[in-house]
Every structure is written in structure tokens, then in C-alpha cells.
Design a protein around this ligand. Sequence first.
Ligand code: THU
Length: 156
Amino acid sequence: MKDFARFKQLEDLDSESKYLVHKAKEATVTAYAPYSKFHVGAAALLEDGTLVTGSNQENASYPLCLCAERIVLHTCATQHPGKAVKKLAVVAHRKNHKELTMATPCGACRQVMLETEVRQGGPMEIVMLGPAHQWTVCPSAESLLPLAFTPNHLHE
Ligand code: THU
């Protein structure tokens, strides 16, 4: 937690992060969340400046619901193979709420973020609206998932 930067106002973030948050917000429009009514948007910035956005997609068979972050990261891997993800922004709001709400990534998404870092051999920053309505910038997925299970465990 000590490495996380926290900001009260979105305006206080660097311009790249602000832009990504804006794009993640736009992506919430495509969320399909009739069950949870929790609309999540994510936006990834790749090393060459490419932007990839996505949103959560739910299903009447609840366990099939897919998080915005994983949709975006898997889209990056399939549509832009070999390009590192530099930064990922995540935002969420409840249906018909204009105000954003806390959007700290779930454990499964943290695990996928971590493996993205392993694959690309470097960290991605993660920007989110964190606790106490503070914009939180984490230096890496690794910082969000201590003592993680990694591909190395399979070979040691
Ligand atoms: N959700 C995400 O998209 N990302 C997260 O990190 C947490 C949860 C989605 C999944 C589901 O559609 C809804 O939010 C409620 O859990």
C-alpha cells in the first residue's frame, strides 16, 4: 500500500491517467450488467500508444459473468500480441448513477494482470477509484497481489 499514490481529485492525476480514466468511463456504456447493475469500464494503454477498452459482460448463468479488466487484457493479448500494457484504468458506477464508485479489481483480475506482467517482462500501472473516493495509482499488478501464484511455481 505504501507505493500507491492517492489523489483526491481526478484533475491531480497525470494527463495520461486522466485520459485513460475518461476512456474507461466511456466504456461503461457498453457494459452488459442487468443482474448486478454494476457497470465497469476498463481502458488499457499499450506501449505504442494503442488504446484498448472494454466493459463487464454478464450472463443469466451468473458464473459466466466476465469482468471488464479481463476482457480488456485478453483483447490486448489477442488483438495486439507482443505489445506491452503500460497502464490500465478501471472505473465503475451503479446503474443510473452518474457518480463513479469504488472499482478495486477482483482477485481473479489481479491474477490475470500479474500474468500479463510476467508475459511482458515488466509492470503495468493500474489506476482506479479506490477507498475513500481517492484516485489510486498502483505501480504494478504485483503490488496488488502479494505472495502470488505465478508461472514459475509450475516449474520450481
Ligand atoms: N466486475 C468487474 O468488471 N471487475 C471487477 O474487478 C469486479 C467486478 C464486474 C463483474 C460483474 O459483472 C459485476 O462487476 C459485479 O460483480
